[in-house]
Design a protein around this ligand. Structure first.
Ligand code: SF4
Length: 263
């Protein structure tokens, strides 16, 4: 989806969630994209009137920083997530996945989470239970979360894909692209300050890069104002336990930035 469509959809989502006016900065972003401004004051631009040119492109960083979405109330976030989950449950963009899934796996957690985890795709356990990270990898993730001084309920967890690829194969680029709109909608609703990408698929798809996961570790990337940290997927840790040390370093790295020193 091009940036204009994404911004327009964000504004429409906000309207559906009951937001009748958008912050001044968001209206200014729309103005940057040559949105016709009919009302006198950008601060009072009704979300419903946003219409954007089709061809013009703009860097993602110019699109509504996530902090602009963080003013949503808990009720509005819950309502948006419910509506998004409903759309996902009916989604058949990836025909093979839609035909073979038991159910879609939308995401779980705190709608006001500061930290969002993004994994790859549901596996067999997730497909059965309808929740991300519930198998052996999920149990390991829970231990990591606990060791970080957090609870699973404080975090929001989802995946690049919301349907299980048959045989747990890797998501195809087309599938990741198909599901991007759902991911974006969830990220915009949660508006996290930190995003942890678990594994290559999550990191490369979210950031739109091809760099190997090993080279993405130990630094923050910016994603619309959120700090993104990349680390190995818990499934990889099950196959390669020595890599737990590096994941722990990554947890120390981002928790330190949050003012929490992990021993
Ligand atoms: S993976 Fe995402 S885009 Fe593909 S069918 Fe499932 S919900 Fe739709």
């Amino acid at each position: 989806m091009n940036p204009q469509r994404m911004l327009r959809q964000s504004l429409e989502d906000l309207q559906r969630a009951g937001v009748s006016h958008v912050p001044r900065q968001m209206a200014e972003v729309a103005a940057l994209l040559n949105q016709p401004q009919e009302s006198a004051s950008p601060a009072e631009s009704p979300a419903a009137t946003a219409s954007l040119p089709q061809e013009q492109s703009a860097p993602m960083s110019q699109l509504s920083p996530l902090s602009l979405c963080s003013s949503l109330s808990l009720k509005q976030r819950v309502s948006r997530l419910k509506s998004q989950a409903k759309q996902v449950a009916a989604c058949t963009r990836c025909q093979e996945l839609a035909d073979t899934r038991t159910q879609t796996v939308f995401g779980v957690g705190n709608p006001e989470a500061e930290i969002m985890f993004v994994g790859e795709a549901p596996g067999a356990d997730e497909d059965r239970q309808g929740e991300p990270f519930v198998g052996r990898a999920g149990q390991l993730l829970n231990k990591i979360v606990e060791a970080c001084g957090l609870t699973r309920e404080e975090i929001y967890i989802c995946n690049i894909l919301r349907c299980r690829p048959p045989g747990n194969r890797n998501p195809s680029p087309v599938e990741a692209s198909n599901c991007r709109e759902h991911l974006e909608a969830q990220i915009e609703t949660i508006a996290p300050k930190y995003i942890v990408c678990w594994g290559t698929c999550a990191a490369q798809n979210l950031l739109g890069i091809k760099t190997p996961i090993g080279k993405l570790r130990g630094q923050f990337f910016d994603y619309r104002g959120a700090k993104v940290v990349c680390t190995y997927h818990p499934s990889y840790l099950l196959r390669n336990p020595p890599a737990k040390k590096q994941v722990w370093e990554d947890m120390q790295f981002f928790r330190k930035d949050m003012g929490v020193n992990l021993k």
